[in-house]
Design a protein around this ligand. Structure first.
Ligand code: CA
Length: 688
């Protein structure tokens, strides 16, 4: 910290606390005080010093290396010269926004075994600032308040039943003196909700459950009680066994104009509606946007994009508020481009759909019937008669990576992708309490060994940055990013769009044409959205670089092979000349195991691996480098050590829990047989 006279320092800090007082109505245009950058969550900055004519001179001003190679998804916040960010395992950092000097860090000490409850890496998407405090949701379900000046814990509230597979990865929002937070866990089996806590004390003000209690159970004593019967009428059987899903794990947006909070609600649990709800009903409020009264948390309206959802089509993706001129009238709308591939424009006053159009090829629906607002489903899409290869899939035509909207250009920018997934029912479905419970056999998606076939499949995986005109529901331009799993988006009044990508590049594009104007090679895959801020008249662009997340964790790329380097916060300014070196661990050779197993054992192991292990360690045991490549792991060579890790949980502190609850020692040995088989293949064909 610079040396200030103590009196001067206390005046500065007092000013700091005051300035943080109301992030939503803040007029300090140089700051980035909230998750979505503006009250409308448009991720549009009014700053103009960096524009098409100057961006070519943008260079690294400073960077900060973190202690993790896991995915970094956070949107950093900037207030009064301090940048606040979060990393994997819910750690929190405050740095001087000009010099990069670390001011404080806070480790909430999330138990390593919590990592198993996280479907999509041990990520955190960011903090909220309010009244001199920094609020963060931790992976193990706490909501914590830290002193913004010191990083000291002010209060901590447990927001979940930790005996259930809940996690928090999303950023809290502060609305009217209350901190709003949801949670995740719908791949495992939980019941979704969003809660509001008093920002000063951490005491709960209200909670809204997005899925009803079982018939005959309840009420919950929650804000959702008034609508329980309406919700229950759309469910069948005993959905409460797996909670029903509907987690509010990402979007929570305050719509001041209608005094409401818009929440994005996730997929059903299990995925397959036949298991979840006897194949019947819309299952409110899975895959919906729900508007809640900002004071009471009570229901106002909803729009359900995918009634009776069965594909992991969460509707949690970025919700952006705007006023659009449609048909000559100013319409107060929300825009969303969720996983299912349709771009929605919805009237915020009543939840009525104004328009919907696919922004990538979509095969589960032929479009929305505007008379009913419901999608017209492909009759094969529910994989009742057999395998259905869905595009988009649960990976999402657009996932959590935030999109942005530039009101000057009139365009939304979507980090879009095409990732097909084959769906087939898990028959028979075996409930695995606390583990993954999809009702879908993911193992059929295992990739082939044959190089040509593998190449052909990989060619179907695509990623784009798409500029979308929401009024005309039409694409304005697109950039082909060569593959999926790319970063969130920032746009600015400088006429620019910034987005990072899986290949480790941060790129600036012209907002109206998509022309590439500037590129920085970070050498680290980027999934997080950039932000921009100014301090003392100097504009900066910042982004968290660190690959991982739901797509990146299990996905191997040719471009960035081997163990991933630690992530970094990168901060750029015009004329910046800083640099850094990336430390990379060497690749260990494949471990050749002498044991012989029958082909049946290897096949059994492949099935178990595909359904249980691949979501973290990669399809076909091809590691992304974020987690250890099991084919090269010393553990593979010794049966007893393998059992100690996979059955008993010897490495649970790292997030690798024991699977004794769900697999027998024999099952686990068959997984070893399969991994050993893959290691032998790798030794023969190093490009596998
Ligand atoms: Ca999901």
């Amino acid at each position: 910290m610079r040396t200030f006279h103590p009196v001067v320092l206390s005046v500065l800090l007092a000013g700091c606390a005051q300035a943080i007082a109301d992030p939503v109505t803040s007029v300090s245009v140089g700051d980035w005080r909230t998750y979505g950058g503006t009250a409308e969550e448009q991720r549009f900055s009014p700053l103009t010093a960096i524009d098409a004519s100057t961006v070519g001179n943008l260079g690294l001003a400073w960077s900060h290396e973190f202690d993790t190679a896991r995915g970094l998804e956070a949107t950093p916040l900037v207030a009064d010269g301090v940048i606040y960010t979060t990393t994997a395992w819910s750690k929190v950092y405050a740095l001087d926004a000009v010099s990069g000097k670390l001011l404080w860090e806070y480790d909430p000490k999330v138990p390593g075994e919590t990592g198993f409850k996280a479907c999509c890496d041990v990520v955190n998407r960011g903090a909220a600032l309010y009244d001199g405090k920094v609020y963060v949701g931790t992976l193990d379900g706490r909501l914590i308040a830290l002193d913004a000046k010191t990083g000291k814990l002010v209060w901590s509230t447990l927001t979940v039943d930790q005996s259930k597979p809940y996690t928090i990865t999303g950023a809290p929002r502060v609305v009217k003196g209350r901190v709003l937070i949801g949670n995740g866990g719908a791949e495992y089996g939980v019941r979704g909700y969003v809660s509001a806590y008093d920002a000063q004390t951490g005491k709960m003000a209200w909670r809204f459950y997005t899925v009803p209690p079982a018939k005959g159970a309840g009420p919950d004593g929650a804000a959702s009680d008034k609508i329980i019967e309406k919700m229950q009428a759309t469910w069948d059987g005993d959905w409460s066994k797996f909670g029903g899903g509907g987690t509010v794990w990402d979007s929570i947006v305050y719509d001041k104009e209608f005094n409401q909070i818009l929440i994005g609600v996730g997929n059903g649990s299990p995925w397959d509606r036949r298991i979840r709800s006897n194949g019947k009903g819309d299952n409110l409020f899975v895959s919906s946007v729900v508007a809640l009264d900002a004071d009471t948390g009570e229901y106002k309206w909803h729009y359900q994009g995918v009634p009776g959802e069965s594909w992991d089509f969460t509707q949690t993706q970025s919700i952006i508020l705007a006023t659009l001129k449609i048909g000559g009238a100013d319409r107060k709308v929300m825009m969303q481009a969720p996983k299912n591939g349709l771009f929605y424009v919805i009237d915020r006053s009543n939840g009525k759909l104004i328009s919907a159009k696919n922004f990538v090829p979509v095969n589960w629906t032929s479009g929305v019937d505007m008379a009913t607002g419901r999608p017209v489903e492909n009759p094969d899409a529910r994989y009742e008669k057999g395998v259905f290869v869905a595009t988009p899939s649960g990976h999402g035509a657009h996932n959590w990576q935030p999109m942005a909207y530039n009101p000057q250009a009139g365009l939304a920018y979507i980090p879009a992708q095409e990732v097909p997934l084959a769906y087939v029912s898990d028959k028979p479905f075996v409930a695995r309490p606390g583990g993954w419970n999809l009702g879908v056999n993911l193992a059929i998606n295992s990739l082939p060994d044959d190089k040509a076939a593998l190449k052909a499949i990989r060619a179907t995986l695509r990623g784009y940055l798409i500029a979308w005109n929401p009024v005309e529901q039409k694409e304005a331009w697109r950039v082909d990013l060569g593959g999926p799993g790319n970063g969130g988006v920032l746009t600015s009044a400088g006429g620019l769009v910034f987005a990072g990508n899986a290949k480790g590049k941060l790129v600036a594009y012209a907002a109206t044409s998509g022309k590439e104007l500037w590129t920085y090679d970070a050498g680290i895959g980027i999934i997080a959205p950039p932000i921009t801020y100014s301090v003392k008249g100097v504009q900066y662009v910042a982004v968290m670089a660190g690959y991982g997340g739901g797509y990146g964790l299990p996905t191997a790329f040719a471009e960035l092979q081997g163990p991933r380097p630690n992530g970094r916060l990168l901060v750029f300014a015009l004329g910046g000349k800083a640099s850094y070196k990336i430390g990379r661990a060497l690749q260990a050779p494949p471990v050749i195991v002498q044991n012989e197993w029958t082909p049946e054992t290897v096949a059994r192991g492949a099935e178990l691996y595909g359904n249980t292990c691949s979501v973290c360690h990669g399809g076909g045991v091809r590691s992304s480098g974020v987690l250890p490549d099991l084919r090269r792991s010393g553990v593979l060579g010794d049966k007893a050590t393998w059992q100690a890790v996979v059955h008993d949980g010897a490495l649970k502190e790292n997030g690798m829990v024991g699977f004794a609850k769900w697999m027998t020692p024999e099952d686990i040995e068959s997984v070893r047989a399969y991994v050993a088989d893959r290691a032998r293949l790798l030794a023969k064909e190093p490009d596998q």
